[in-house]
Design a protein around this ligand. Structure first.
Ligand code: ZN
Ligand code: ZN
Length: 410
């Protein structure tokens, strides 16, 4: 890859990083993407699934390859101190919140632009590229929105779905595994109803704060007491809200619960246990109104197709000599790219792109030593998370290009 392209891409990355946009508000990013794709000769359609962009490049006959990057940022106040750090704020639910590319989706967008630029200038391939710049991955809603907006009816159904996520592995390394790779994610909003009143007269109330406290503790027993030691599940209560004053017992309490699983039977068991415990604790508290359990989002596990993984592994081995490919194990993070593959009935290959400064791993050579260091470094969604631009970007461009060409080469 020429240096001029890499320098241009690094400038795009720094610009996107300094101008992050929240889910379904990625209009500036989408505009930049659309303009670049048009200049490369792609047929471009904007506003697919609200703020998504689709670019299609057809050359003769052959396989159809979908290359996917997500575009959205998070309500996080950046603390990286980088010269291109975000100072952006935006409105979310009526509140002004800081915005940061804390999950690295700016790297995904830039690397995909680089791969498309490379592919557009090569003439030794045949087939169809569908470039998908997806909104709102963080809400688990963007892939669904694009599919529901006719992604495959309008642009064709792919033979394979390819993508990558930047992670705190050493930059220059790639994490790739067949089978279950990212967890299924379910987010629930639980409203517990009590009976409010004066803080001095608890006997006249049903206190939803005490009820919520007991639900929080009891939910912790699902993973520890109900899921076999050979299986994996995570249950986190990331939000709890009730009341505004010390001397008022509120009417209700709200919890938000995040659940990660890899197996559909385990997922069902956890969800059933949550419902049983929440209803049971409400009865125990004497609540006269049933609790409300609402699904905020639900997306399936990302399962990498073993045969397609081997094709990508072969492409990386021949085109990215020197790049270390490791099995990162299953990731408890979640990704809605699995919806794009499932809805197309196509195999999916989704890999981790190392983005951590290799200097952070100095003196560590074994996989165990590297893994121990990875968990000490700022991770995705941290206000301190930012990949090093190089070699992360160069490897991301080359990996996507090599993987796509495996299906497109005549
Ligand atoms: Zn994320
Ligand atoms: Zn992400």
């Amino acid at each position: 890859m020429e240096n001029a392209l890499l320098e241009d891409l690094a400038a795009v990355y720094r610009d996107l990083h300094a101008h992050p946009e929240l889910s379904f508000a990625e209009t500036r990013t989408a505009g930049i993407v659309a303009e670049r794709l048009r200049a490369l000769g792609f047929a471009v359609t904007e506003q697919v699934g609200r703020t998504g962009v689709v670019g299609v490049l057809q050359r003769g006959t052959g396989a159809t390859v979908l290359l996917r990057a997500d575009m959205d940022a998070l309500p996080v106040a950046e603390q990286t101190g980088l010269p291109y750090a975000s100072t952006v704020t935006a409105l979310r639910d009526g509140k002004d919140v800081p915005v940061m590319h804390a999950c690295g989706h700016d790297m995904h967008v830039t690397a995909l632009l680089g791969a498309l630029t490379t592919l557009a200038t090569q003439d030794d391939w045949s087939g169809r590229i569908i470039a998908v710049f997806q909104p709102a991955e963080e809400q688990g809603a963007g892939a669904r929105a694009m599919v529901d907006d006719g992604l495959y009816d309008r642009f064709g159904t792919p033979d394979v779905v390819l993508g990558q996520h930047v992670a705190p592995l050493p930059a220059g390394a790639i994490g790739l595994r067949p089978g279950a790779s990212f967890a299924a994610s379910d987010a629930l909003r639980i409203t517990l109803y009590g009976r409010g009143g004066h803080g001095s007269r608890p006997e006249a109330t049903i206190d939803p704060v005490v009820l919520a406290a007991s639900v929080v503790l009891r939910l912790q027993t699902i993973v520890s007491r109900e899921i076999p030691g050979t299986e994996t599940a995570v249950l986190t209560i990331g939000s709890i809200h009730a009341g505004d004053a010390a001397n008022i017992i509120p009417d209700s309490a709200e919890l938000q619960v995040s659940i990660r699983t890899f197996d559909t039977a385990v997922r069902r068991r956890v969800l059933d246990a949550v419902e049983r415990i929440v209803r049971g604790e409400a009865i125990t508290a004497g609540a006269d109104r049933e609790p409300l359990i609402e699904a905020m989002h639900s997306f399936p596990a990302v399962v990498n197709d073993p045969a397609a993984v081997e094709r990508v592994r072969g492409a990386l081995a021949s085109d990215l000599a020197g790049v270390m490919v490791v099995d990162p194990g299953v990731v408890t993070g979640s990704e809605d790219v699995g919806i794009l593959a499932a809805e197309a009935g196509a195999p999916c290959v989704y890999w981790l792109l190392g983005g951590a400064d290799p200097a952070e791993f100095a003196g560590r050579t074994t996989v165990a030593e590297l893994a121990a260091r990875v968990i000490e470094l700022p991770s995705n969604h941290s206000p301190l998370y930012a990949p090093v631009i190089m070699p992360t970007l160069a490897v991301g461009v080359r990996a996507l290009t090599a993987a796509a060409r495996n299906w497109l080469t005549v």
